[in-house]
Design a protein around this ligand. Sequence first.
Ligand code: 0X9
Ligand code: ZN
Length: 432
Amino acid sequence: MKTLLILFVLIHLDKLLRTGRCTETQDQILSITPKTQEQVHILKNISSQYETSLWQPVSSHYIKEETEVHLFVPANSSDTVKDLLQKGAIIHEVLLSNANELIEMQTRNDSTDPRSSSTFYERYHSLEDIFYWINRTQQDNPTTVRAILLGSSYEKRPLYALKLSLNNSLNKKAMWIDCGIHAREWISPAFCLWFVQYALAFYKINQDITDILDNMDVYILPVMNPDGYEYTWTTNRMWRKNRSVSRSSNCIGVDLNRNFDANWCTEGASDEPCSEIYCGAYPESEAESRAVADFLRSHKDSVQLYLSIHSYSQMLLFPYSCTLEEAENHKDLLEMVQEAAQVIRRHYRNTYKYGSGAKTIYLAPGGSDDWAYKLGIKYSFTFELQDRGRYGFLLPPSHISKACNEALIAVKTIALKVIKKTQTSKSSVQTD
Ligand code: 0X9
Ligand code: ZN
């Protein structure tokens, strides 16, 4: 017993001597607002040279004066980064001091918990669990749900979309929802699962979802970037891109939301493989974006509404992001997101910004929403779900239900509007 006690003290003494602290530093998220050009320069340098991960903005290219930066700093870079900030007289605030704990909380396997099935949709799930869930969902709903294999990822994982078809009326239109383009945005796949369970459970119970499903089939792709998602579970929680190997560099991954054919790789994307916004070798060079684009091309006559789910920052965006020009139905799209944001505010007292992508956040070409719009899907949106930086990509599981419910109400608002508008335009065509 005595020996054990001495051993325990020695281990902790060693830790204390190594770190100079009683409690070990954890990975942290810092909030920093550079005030001068010089500070912008220092911050760009820190975020690109040191082992950190930019949360906001997505690339150091966008860092500018008086604009808040969220930076993930792993414990082993903490002292260096803080020294550099101090030398540049840059003030920082610690947004999260315990990132490791939060990550651990999100990946804990709770399946032994007796409440586990009732809280299934309020937890994050590994890719393996999601594949299992896809299979189960189609088996349990053989007449209404079908899994469609769209293709496979770079690492040869299947890309499964679910087709929800609750009503057999002829010439039904459809909507598309994809989740998980960006690997670290875990609330996004959680939303796709949430939406499916809600649709199946509340058809014929809730009027809005019934109206939507009576008029539209839903194609829903829960994880568009399975390789990246798996990597965030096993190796690096902050990974964003896919996992494809570049011919010209040792850096891995393409930003799938810069790889579509919409002003591809112009300002707001990078042709540098090490960048978080690398556009890839050519449009649709990636297996994942290619599979989605092929599917939508072959269903473009029926798909009227395209939705892509991301996080974080609470925004409802529409085309264009690849140019500052306005989309031809800009007014319609603006009206729709405005109403959706109002509904969220009324029901959940939460604020969502809205507008065209380029004017609301930044120029970001090669995105799936702009590409779908250019293909002819005139109602095309990207949602950035919760939160606004308190937890960022590490949104705790206890926030999943609110984040998903407010996104769901926004989807309902927009889908019902699309149905109304397309029905009116159909009947006005007929009466003309
Ligand atoms: O930059 C992105 O791809 C999205 N933001 S995120 O923080 N989730 O990475 C915004 C996408 C807006 N739409 C397009 N860029 N087309
Ligand atoms: Zn994203």
